[in-house]
Every structure is written in C-alpha cells, then in structure tokens.
Design a protein around this ligand. Structure first.
Ligand SMILES: [Zn+2]
Length: 409
C-alpha cells in the first residue's frame, strides 16, 4: 500500500488558492474577502493572505468598495485583473486551423481562424501553418505584458497522455507524437479531443470568469455535449467535470451504430451516426457534392439554404439525420441518465424549430420518459468552441497549481 503523502503547509495553501480562484470564476458577481472566506470556509486571516498574493501577482484586483448593509464597513469586491494572465487555445480541425488567446477575466485577447478543408492533409503541413500563426501571437502577448498560464491543442481524434494522437481518421493521421512539432513543444502544450474541449468551453467559470449570459446550466451541472462537423464527437460533463472514461476516450457518440447495414464509416464499422448526420454525409445525401467535393466547408451555407428552401433532397437528408441523431441521443440518455444535451457544431445552425423537433424525438424514445424531461439546447459558445475550451484548459493550469505561478516575497 502506498504511504499517504503528508499534506504540508504549501500543499494546503496551493489547494486553498485553487478553491479561491474557482469561486471567483464561478460567481456571477464580484465577492469581497469576507464573502469568499465565508463561502469557502476559510478564516478571514487566511483569506487575506491568499488574496494579497493574488493581488500582488496581478491575478485579482480590487473594485470600488460597496456597502453590503446599512451598518458595518463597506466591503471591497475582488475581480480578475485583465491584461495580465492568458491561456492559449489552438485547433487543427477538418474545417480549418486557428487559435484563441483568452484573458482570465473572460475576454478574447487575440484570435484567428483560417477556414478551409483539411481532409487528408499532411500533419507536418498543418503544424507548420499553426506555427506560422502562433509566432507573432506569442510575441504580441509578451509585448502586452501577458503571462501565458498554459496552452492546449484541440484535435478531431483520440488523444492520449496529452501529447499523443492515436488516430484522427478524417485527417488520415495515425500515432503521432505531438512533441515532434516545434509549436507544440515550444508552448508546452497539451492536446485533447476537440469535443472534450468544446464541452469545457460550455462549463461556466471552469477556469476563467463566468460570462454574464442567460444560460440555464451552472458551473456544477451535468450535460452531454455533442460536437458535429464532418465527424461527430461528444463528451460527458458530470457536476462540472469531464468524465473521461478508463482511457480518456469516453463520449464517441458519432460512432454509435444506428444502422447495422449502413454505409461504411471511416472507423471501419457500418452505419455509425456520423455516416448519416456528419457534414460529408449530409452534403452527399442532399446532392450538393460527392467524394472530396462533399467536404468543402463552403457547402454548409448551401445546405442550410436548400433545407430552408424546401429542397426535397436536402429535406430528406436532414430528416434521416434527425432520426439517427434522436436514436443515438436517446440511447446515450438511457445509458448514462443525463437530461441536458448540448448540441454544438453544424447542427446548431439549423435553428430553434429543428432543436425543438429533435428534443421531442429524443424525449419520446427515452425509457424514463414519464419521469425525466430531456432538455436539448444549443451552446452559448458557438464560435470555434473547441479552441475556446482549449484556451480555458490553458488557464486551468493556473487554477490547478496557482502557487507554481506566484512569486512571493
Ligand atoms: Zn464509425
């Protein structure tokens, strides 16, 4: 049996500081030291010590004092300082390559996206393009006085150990040690599956200031995230944390079989959800293209337009895909018992009527339909959510080990 590690003062301080950062990030309104101490269960003296370090290191700042009640001293609310700490998210996806630098206070500092079809692209070419994009960004962040807490890379495939891509079938990539690419090692990046990172982008206050938007899910809620592009991916979030599975591959909703005699999928099996509801499959079924022409990103607006215009082929393609999506989502809900489904990617572009239709179809197929109410929603972060989540993951390194970044004198 391994010996239990003694928890020293430093570990305790690191843990407490991590909880302070999470509490600040998840709160809709700025909290004072006293309110933070009460909410976390720390003494006011400990809280003062921790916030002093965070103020000195430019993580927090003091806002103007406000009176919390008609008696007593006015309280000074604390908020994340902006312009000092950032996370970098990068993405290589089937529809392009890009990056996003996110301020801990929630604002996007810099971002760019080169939209183009990336199927069967050489990995060296893709990483060289990303490298060219990142060099000026790294310089600019340094010039502006930013400290980068961490960087993360979103990939459409199975990623293990944070730095090894086992397979990305829509790229035709297999077993790649990502450290061989200078942009990855220079930024000490970690890699993750794009759907996992897109799901993280939807968790309020995960590692940056919670956005003040009308969104029904809170920081500790549970939901299934479905990411839809050429491939369809997914992730499970249970009480605000990603459920990764035994090997980190949980959530591959796109490869739920919805037709045993269906089309051959790129994974080698037949009738997977993405062979009916993925971008390529929809474009082919709607008669918009064939072969490599069917994966051009420019086809997506054409698909929406054809469907809205009542085109018979497009309508049939979407109808078949909706049935398949409903079947796969209902099976997912039956399996893991989660009532919130967040549908991101190309399917969020079809509008609220379709969302409500799909929600009804899933509800009708769940076993607990008399007791549970499925809520299907489009995500709040729809602009390259995986890239956004990757930047959040970068900032998460500060949240997980804050004392590792603080200078204390
Ligand atoms: Zn498959």
């Amino acid at each position: 049996m391994p010996a239990a590690r003694r928890i020293g003062q430093d570990d305790l301080r690191n843990h407490n500081m991590s909880v302070v950062l999470s509490t600040v990030a998840r709160s809709r309104t700025p909290m004072s030291r006293a309110a933070l101490a009460k909410s976390i269960g720390l003494t006011k003296a400990t809280m003062s010590l921790l916030t002093d370090i965070l103020l000195k290191n430019g993580v927090l700042r003091e806002l103007a004092p406000v009176s919390e009640s008609s008696y007593g001293r006015p309280a000074t609310p604390l908020a994340f300082e902006s312009g000092r700490w950032a996370g970098i998210g990068m993405q290589i996806n089937t529809d392009g390559v890009g990056y996003l630098a996110l301020d801990i206070s929630g604002g996007v500092v810099l971002s760019d996206w080169h939209e183009r079809t990336m199927v069967n692209v050489n990995p060296a070419t893709a990483f060289a393009e990303l490298d060219d994009m990142m060099r000026p960004v790294e310089r600019e962040l340094a010039e502006r006085g930013y400290r980068v807490a961490g960087s993360s890379l979103a990939l459409p495939g199975l990623v293990t150990n944070g730095d090894r891509l086992l397979v990305a079938r829509n790229f035709g990539w297999h077993d790649i040690d990502l450290n061989r690419y200078p942009v990855f090692s220079r930024l000490s990046a970690t890699a993750d599956n794009e759907a996992t990172l897109a799901a993280i982008a939807q968790i309020p206050g995960y590692a940056s200031q919670r956005a003040d938007r009308d969104w029904p899910l809170g920081p500790l809620d549970s939901f299934v995230y479905v990411s839809t592009d050429i491939g369809i991916g997914g992730a499970y979030v249970r009480e605000g944390q990603i459920v990764r599975g035994d090997h980190g591959f949980a959530g591959e909703i796109g490869h739920i079989c919805v037709d045993l005699r269906g089309t051959l999928c790129r994974c080698g099996r037949h009738g997977c959800l993405e062979t009916i509801a993925g971008r390529r499959a929809l474009a082919v079924a709607a008669g918009l293209g064939d072969g490599d022409a069917a994966v051009r990103t420019e086809l997506l607006p054409d698909l929406y337009a054809a469907w809205r215009g009542g085109d018979t082929k497009a309508a049939l393609a979407v109808e078949n895909a909706l049935s398949a999506l409903a079947a796969a989502l209902a099976s997912t809900v039956n399996m893991i018992d989660m009532e919130n489904i967040v549908l991101g990617g190309l399917w969020s572009g079809f509008g609220d009527g379709l969302r409500a239709d799909l929600e009804r179809r899933v509800q009708a197929q769940i076993l607990a339909r008399d007791a549970a109410r499925v809520r299907l929603m489009f995500p709040p972060v729809t602009e390259h959510p995986a890239m956004h989540g990757a930047a959040v993951m970068g900032l998460r390194r500060l949240f997980d080990n804050p004392m590792g970044f603080m200078s204390v004198d």
